[in-house]
Design a protein around this ligand. Structure first.
Ligand code: SAM
Length: 258
């Protein structure tokens, strides 16, 4: 595939066919999936977090912006399942994924190998690893990972480090959950859990419990406006939520200097 702009229908077709290949590859590594990933894998298989919608839109943005093979840095890459169709669809010159979960990276490495894709995977804290990396990238992606950074100051530090790794016309794409403006974290958690309890039908009661405990302990989302303010402070003045789900909970934001 070339870097010509893709229509929405074309990018969805690319994703559907790539997802079939990935599902086949994931079956081989599925035996090794740890408990913590088993529930998350179910969310991916049923596309409960609308990864397909967001990654298809991201593919459009990328092909519109870049007419060259691109270097991608993926923060909190997980087991790579939602990212692989993008990697397969693009002319890619480098891919680096960072994640703190060793188990997720075992699966990621096997999926990369099964699909014959080159890539480097780094096991570590994404902010610390970002600050030690020395290379630049055309695209930095963080899909459902930055809401795990507890403190807004840590999120700002992360945005500053991202900016320092972007080429002049580069972009940062963040797919993530957002709270509403001024919404207390406790209200957000209640709203998230009520939504997931209704929508995530394929999960067993104990799987839901595991997921909700994880979300209560680890999720610290910001509002869109708060992210915009941090982005400005980090030197990424162009910051736009380009697509949201219907709830709304999740969205894709593009940050750039130009
Ligand atoms: C919800 S999963 C998202 C995985 C994948 N990007 C996706 O969209 O499916 C969040 C991922 O971020 C990773 N993560 C969270 N905080 C991290 C940190 N501080 N450093 C590195 N990885 C982190 C987790 O291990 C997990 O793989």
């Amino acid at each position: 595939m070339t870097a010509e702009s893709l229509s929405k229908a074309q990018s969805l077709t690319v994703f559907q066919s790539a997802y079939q290949q990935i599902t086949a590859a994931a079956k081989t590594v599925g035996e090794k999936i740890f408990e913590e990933w088993r529930v998350y894998e179910k969310l991916l298989i049923h596309d409960y977090m609308d990864h397909k919608l967001f990654f298809a839109r991201l593919l459009q943005e990328i092909t519109h912006r870049f007419q060259r093979p691109i270097r991608i840095l993926d923060l909190g890459c997980g087991d790579l399942t939602p990212m692989l169709p993008l990697l397969q669809a693009l002319p890619l010159s480098r891919y680096v994924g960072i994640d703190e979960s060793e188990g997720a990276l075992v699966i990621a490495a096997e999926l990369l190998a099964a699909l014959n894709l080159p890539g480097e995977l780094i096991n570590g804290d994404l902010v610390q690893e970002l600050e030690t990396l020395t290379e630049t990238f055309d695209l930095v992606v963080a899909s459902f990972s930055l809401h795990h950074l507890v403190d807004p100051a840590e999120k700002l530090r992360c945005l500053q480090a991202i900016k320092s790794h972007l080429v002049d016309d580069g972009m940062f794409a963040m797919i993530d959950v957002y709270c509403a403006e001024q919404e207390p974290r406790s209200d957000y958690l209640e709203r998230w859990i009520a939504h997931a309890d209704k929508r995530y039908e394929a999960l067993q009661t104990e799987e839901k419990q595991l997921l909700f405990d994880h979300v209560r302990a680890r999720d610290y989302p910001l509002s869109e406006v708060h992210w915009q303010s941090l982005a400005e402070q980090a030197g990424l003045p162009h910051c736009e939520v380009i697509i949201r789900d219907h709830v709304p909970l999740n969205g894709l934001t593009i940050f750039s200097t130009t």
